[in-house]
Design a protein around this ligand. Structure first.
Ligand code: NAP
Length: 297
């Protein structure tokens, strides 16, 4: 990678922290890791000034409103963070012709399919979170058609709070758990997504192709399968029962099927994608190390 000044917004989230941990592998790049307290993506002027002052060559937007259920009662805030904020960043990137990578979600689809979704498939989000993320995509493309939008799914990491950590904790606390088995998608290790982002950013001008791309780990799973794998790898002894989503009502509806087809990103950027179970093992090995280090202190 040639020298680049890279701005990462929402850097305290799962994906932002994964990018931070990868940044050491890119000594030629200067990274600016910011979160809402240093750079609020809702403040257009502040964002534009930052990009100009620091001569930013590339922006990676990891900032988002990700509380899917809470979003149902916080529509306006969710819309601001997931649609207006990304539009502001796209405008700032356009002004200096920087590369802009924005992250979106499998929740832009309604889940009625039974084959993996491609970038050509029609969107039809079921809830406020998905609708605002879709609006964000559209605003980004309109403000800066040269943007790259990566849709991903079911993110987890050794950083932040996520499904893996919740299921490990619940599995240790309880003898029995009911977990949904009629929602199928692909768990994605944020570390793998961060690596893919760096490959895209580092690609030469000929290869760098703006547009929407799907990225998740390989394979498919229900939340039930995901939980069984987490417990198996983590050596947790808990009886997990498959339950229907209708037996566990939540404020936001979720797609029953949201597997993403990754053919486009694999072919254009020559990205190799790991199988979800292999990545889960890597993440859980790190979590184990952290627990052991804490216990030895
Ligand atoms: N998590 C998933 O399962 C999932 C699935 C599919 C797609 N995605 C997408 O993947 C991307 C990364 O997700 P993630 O799980 O890493 O998110 P995350 O952990 O929720 O991190 C988002 C970060 O953005 C910050 N933020 C919120 N408002 C901001 C603002 N106005 N200005 C600057 N920063 C702001 C948040 O701060 P606060 O915590 O203080 O609000 C948080 O640190 C997002 O675009 C998300 O929509 C996530």
């Amino acid at each position: 990678m040639n020298h680049m000044n890279i701005l990462v917004t929402g850097a305290k989230g799962q994906l932002g922290q994964e990018l931070k941990s990868l940044s050491a592998l890119h000594p030629k790049a200067t990274f600016y890791f910011t979160d809402v307290e240093d750079l609020d993506i809702l403040q257009l002027e502040q964002v534009q000034n930052f990009v100009v002052e620091h001569r930013i060559d590339a922006l990676i937007n990891c900032a988002a409103y990700t509380a899917v259920d809470k979003a149902e009662s916080e529509q306006e805030l969710c819309m601001q963070i997931n649609a207006i904020g990304p539009e502001n960043l796209a405008k700032a990137a356009a002004q200096v012709k920087a590369r802009f990578i924005h992250i979106s979600t499998d929740f832009v689809f309604n889940g009625n399919s039974y084959v993996p979704y491609t970038e050509m498939d029609a969107e039809d989000p079921l809830g406020v979170y998905g609708s605002t993320k879709l609006r964000g995509e559209k605003r980004v493309v309109q403000a800066y058609p040269q943007s790259v939008i990566l849709r991903t799914s079911w993110l987890y990491s050794s950083f932040g709070n996520n499904f893996v950590k919740t299921m490990l904790r619940l599995g240790k606390e309880r003898e029995q758990l009911g977990v949904i088995f009629d929602q199928v998608g692909t768990p994605t290790y944020a570390h793998d997504l961060a690596q893919a982002i760096m490959v895209i950013l580092g690609s030469d001008d000929e290869r760098y192709t703006p547009g929407i791309y799907h990225y998740s780990n390989e394979g498919v799973a229900s939340w039930y399968d995901f939980t069984k794998a987490i417990h198996e790898i983590g050596g947790v002894d808990c009886k997990v029962q498959p339950i229907l989503a209708e037996a566990y009502p939540l404020p936001a509806a979720r797609p029953h099927y949201s597997v993403l087809n990754k053919a486009k990103i694999k072919s254009i950027f020559s990205i190799e994608i790991p199988y979800w179970r292999e990545s889960l093992k890597k993440c859980m090995a790190l979590l184990n190390e952290e627990i052991e280090n804490k216990n030895n202190r």
